[in-house]
Design a protein. Sequence first.
Length: 119
Amino acid sequence: MDPIKNDHRRVANIHTAEFMPIDTDGVPDGEVLQLNDARPLGAGFYVYRMASGTKSVAHRHKGDEEFLIIEGDLTDHDGTEYGPGDLVWLKDGTEHHSTTKGGCLIAVYADIPQDFPDR
């Protein structure tokens, strides 16, 4: 087996890598670390980070979404609370927004980038 070519591998450490700030129509909406630039931002596998005391923009999932809380806390708009180690699946079409008291780091897999129902 041949060694993996340099242009066939990307490595980033979630604690030291630079995350990309994202905003939705000028509203800050966390930060993303996504290595696969062949997929749209927010599609495939990525790490999402929210700062303490922030809220995500309300959105609708286009395709199922799965996420793992790595660090911190996250609360969905219906009051469901998640913490480190919680693995969550949200069905295609689910609408929600989330808040965090102390900040969080989440590993996410989404088939398709989310949709914003209020737009």
